[in-house]
Design a binder for this molecule. Structure first.
Ligand code: PHE
Length: 346
């Protein structure tokens, strides 16, 4: 009797299949529940004769295992199909999550703007090494032996003495001008952008490295008037038409005469503010006529050729343009700072 029942239920379990959780739950209650079939057959088993018990005991245990295994394997199937149907229900009309793309560094933006303006005047771009020898950084540029700029306080020396003199991190990109002039003959019309190093304590107003764009123009009959006109044009393009310029006499070993150029403060338009220290003017670059000694040092005939040079700090131009008061922000890589500066061109 019991054996017959078990055979029937075994066939039923073997035939059962589903991928629906509610049907599987019905199966579990029917066979494995506290009032289910397994419980019933075990209760009936208690009443059978001792001889029958010996054979039926094993059969019963196998039957119980069969029901449990069936339940386990179908539980996996129903779970997988539930997950799949959840995935099928994804709402594809929801807005996407989006991802952020990086932005140009403000110094890179300003550098590019400067280069683009001078490109229109026919200036190309030249680059050189950041580790320089004494000749390219100082001597060829007419720095006297005892000039304070060679002092340990301003320059990061890498090696003292040696075949080519002291080796140092370049303190300006004028070294690239020397390399350019040594490598060819005029006309030269180029910009030298790059990173330069000076041994200064880091603060809001000074850093041990910064970025420069220098420029050089050498040809026959180049005059101070050409220098003024070129820089005047540059400033109108950079800060807008009507920006005023003024030149103050200055000194650089490699230019004669030398000047510093101020522009009318782009922030207060000359009315006076913190940026221009209430003077209405801000200094943005140094410039001058290339000293004939420098031309000769580089193998250029100073009787035939003349030229002008200028140099500016990109950080300074960016400070004015974006009103950034602390130089350290440029090198901290804080994304909240950097992503404020977006450009149309990537
Ligand atoms: N080399 C100078 C500096 O680093 C800038 C400069 C360049 C001045 C060319 C005059 C002419 O301060």
């Amino acid at each position: 009797m019991l054996q017959h029942k078990i055979d029937q239920y075994t066939a039923e379990i073997n035939a059962f299949n589903t991928d629906k959780a509610d049907e599987l739950e019905k199966f579990r209650i029917r066979f494995l529940g506290t009032k289910g079939i397994i419980k019933d057959v075990f209760d009936e088993f208690k009443a059978v004769s001792p001889e029958e018990k010996r054979t039926l005991g094993k059969v019963l245990n196998q039957f119980k295992q069969l029901a449990e295994q069936k339940y386990q394997s179908l539980a996996e199937v129903t779970q997988a199909s539930a997950e799949k149907s959840n995935a099928d229900q994804l709402d594809l009309t929801l807005p996407g999550e989006g991802f952020e793309i990086g932005t140009r560094h403000p110094l890179a933006l300003v550098r590019r703007e400067i280069i683009e303006i001078f490109n229109k005047l026919g200036f190309s771009v030249a680059e050189g090494p950041e580790i320089e020898d004494d000749w390219h950084n100082f001597s060829a540029l007419n720095f006297p032996e005892e000039h304070p700029a060679r002092d340990m306080q301003d320059t990061f020396f890498i090696k003292k003495g040696g075949e080519k003199g002291d080796i140092a991190l370049r303190t300006h990109t004028s070294s690239v001008q020397v390399r350019m002039m040594e490598a060819g003959q005029p006309p030269f019309r180029a910009l030298m952008p790059g990173r330069v190093y000076r041994n200064e304590a880091i603060s809001a107003r000074a850093h041990c490295f910064f970025h420069q764009v220098e420029g050089l123009y050498v040809d026959e009959n180049v005059s101070f008037a050409d220098l003024k006109q070129t820089l005047y044009y540059f400033v109108q393009e950079l800060y807008g038409e009507g920006t005023k310029v003024r030149f103050r006499p200055s000194y650089f070993p490699f230019t004669e005469p030398s000047a510093e150029m101020d522009v009318s403060c782009s922030i207060c338009k000359g009315a006076g503010c913190q940026m221009c220290k209430y003077s209405g003017w801000v200094e943005i670059l140094g410039c001058g006529m290339v000293d004939p000694n420098v031309l000769e040092n580089c193998g250029i005939d100073s009787k035939k050729y003349s030229g002008f040079a200028f140099g500016m700090g990109i950080e300074r131009i960016a400070n004015l343009k974006y009103e950034i008061k602390d130089l350290r922000l440029f090198s901290e890589n804080d994304v909240r700072f950097l992503k404020q500066y977006k450009s149309a061109i990537i």
